[in-house]
Design a protein around this ligand. Sequence first.
Ligand SMILES: Cc1cc2nc3c(=O)[nH]c(=O)nc-3n(C[C@H](O)[C@H](O)[C@H](O)COP(=O)(O)O)c2cc1C
Length: 163
Amino acid sequence: MATHEINPRSFRSLMSGWITGIAIVTAEVDGQRVGIVCNSLTSVSLEPLLVSWCVDKKISSFALWQRATHWTVHFVDAEQEELVHRFTAHGVDRFAGIEVVEPNLEHPAPSLACAKTFFTAKTFAQYEAGDHVILVGEVLSYTDGITQPLTFFRGKFLPGPKA
Ligand SMILES: Cc1cc2nc3c(=O)[nH]c(=O)nc-3n(C[C@H](O)[C@H](O)[C@H](O)COP(=O)(O)O)c2cc1C
């Protein structure tokens, strides 16, 4: 155990000890699909159903996320680590070669056909938060079926517990 000098690097290292699941968030803005890996997802409210996640102002798709009216959050399964590499890859079409379900009345944002648990949210609020913006979404529809999540701990992806 050690007490560190306070700086972004050592705090990031501390927070890597907070185990999380992994989500892929997707949206379509002006006909352009965007998708990123996200572990800042949090359930916020049950009445109404609200979730939040934080988007980094430095990512190339930031301006699109600010304008996104709807988005889909997919939980990544233990066997889907490939999705993490796909949705963090730079300068490529992250959707190439995977099945995407086009926005429809039930899910008004593009979703990944391979996801067992996913939900669609409508942007409810945005809050400035330092070098990120907190996006709050109202959940409109969902499908639940994941049995073993991919988890993230100390910078490593690990299979989580089985349901
Ligand atoms: C485990 C993990 C969790 C991440 N969580 C977030 C997040 O919550 N918010 C975010 O903006 N970026 C997050 N990222 C980083 C983005 O996925 C990444 O910066 C983005 O895809 C880069 O996009 P760009 O190449 O278009 O700039 C995370 C990356 C990883 C590997």
